[in-house]
Design a protein around this ligand. Sequence first.
Ligand code: UD1
Ligand code: CA
Length: 459
Amino acid sequence: MNERTSQELDVVILAAGKGTRMYSDTPKVLHKVAGKPMLRHVIDCARTLCATRIHVVVGFQAEKIRSVIDDSDIHWSLQEQQLGTGHAVKQALPAIPQNATVLVLYADVPLIAPSTLSTLLESAGDSRLAILSVLSQNPYGLGRIIRNAANQPIAIVEEKDANEQQKLIKETNTGILAAPASQLHGWIDRLKNNNAQGEYYLTDILAMAVSDQVQVSAEVTEDETEVLGVNNRQQLAIVERQFQLQQANDLLLRGVSLADPKRIDIRGKLECGRDVEIDVNAVIEGHVILGDRVRIASNVYLKDAVIGNDVHIHANSHIEDTNIAQECQIGPFARLRPGTRLAKNAKIGNFVETKKANIGIGSKVNHLSYVGDSELGENVNIGAGTITCNYDGVNKFKTIIKDGVFVGSNTALVAPVTLGKGATIGAGSIITADVEEDSLAVARAKQRSISGWKRPVKK
Ligand code: UD1
Ligand code: CA
């Protein structure tokens, strides 16, 4: 990259195609890899190269793409008709100064790594054309790199234009290239569409460079997966798995234990402390932070959560927009909804749902309960089957439960209601009024016993 520090770098991302083979109402480049549109992956990659300008060429559903990718500094170019990759680059050229280096990226090649592009830019140097090629196991459908007897690349031939002998070539075009803008303007102007697809192929500039005696280099990348293009949903799935495996391997190498690196999906950002253990089928979305020694059991979903040291999340728990302090125990089968805050050592057991709930130090909601719009103090014990009735069908109300309260099983707490410090609620109660501290509230029909009861007999 040093060679061009004095120069400007314009990245052109091609994203105008319809993606016919996706059979989708969504433009191809908005289809997601790890929860993020493919175009966004490519833009993020371009940003790491410190580009002077990033241009995105859009056409099919341009407005939809611009509404999803709303970065204010992107230079948008409209390609009204998709007449080919060369024609697409042409749309961005008016906004590119003559002295710049142009790097062309494809929005449907989302896993490209910044380090590969840095190397390509280095070999593009001052006035050379550098293309990125790859040795493909299965080159079908891709452009083939034609080399002369001296092994210099001299042309790219598309699958549909290739003869039988050319089809045997395994070195293929990734589509990614870097060129001096001064030369690119002229080459693009000279493109013709007299080929099998009737398109203006960007790839034809390679033969032009050769005839103009401009030096051409073809960087061969070793990593075929990095340059995988997505044209259909099968390829999208392959790219998704590849990306997930990459993330899992990064976690392992940073000291996180994964029961199976093939069975974790991270669609966002996961930060982990030391000695974190994650069992199979965890799905992570948004931004999740796990403290030291956190254990995540199987089939856990975590979205936008901060989880403290020594917390254990048991199997099949679903946790969203939640903050959990150290040493808490969650699940199995717990559902923590947005706005749940657990203080140290709290416990949420099976089939418990919480929402907008602050749960104090050492408090326990062990089984089959709903706690919503609630404030729980320290060392509160909520019995099985307790429901905070927070909603009258129109408005939401709060339940306040002070320190040391004991709520017996199968209790309904009809909000707004406050249970004073140390209060005890008898099982099966329907509590509609505030309960004083250290008192017992029982609100249920009194038990009757009828002695010598005779059961009915069959007639
Ligand atoms: C292209 C290359 C091929 C290469 C392959 C690698 C050409 C002619 N062919 O073929 O050599 O092996 O990529 O993946 O360049 N696009 C536009 N406007 C258009 C046409 C395409 O913006 O008019 C965009 C698409 O949205 C896509 C990218 O350019 O992001 C590539 O287009 P696509 O039609 O998928 O090209 P391939 O046939 O894959
Ligand atoms: Ca493609």
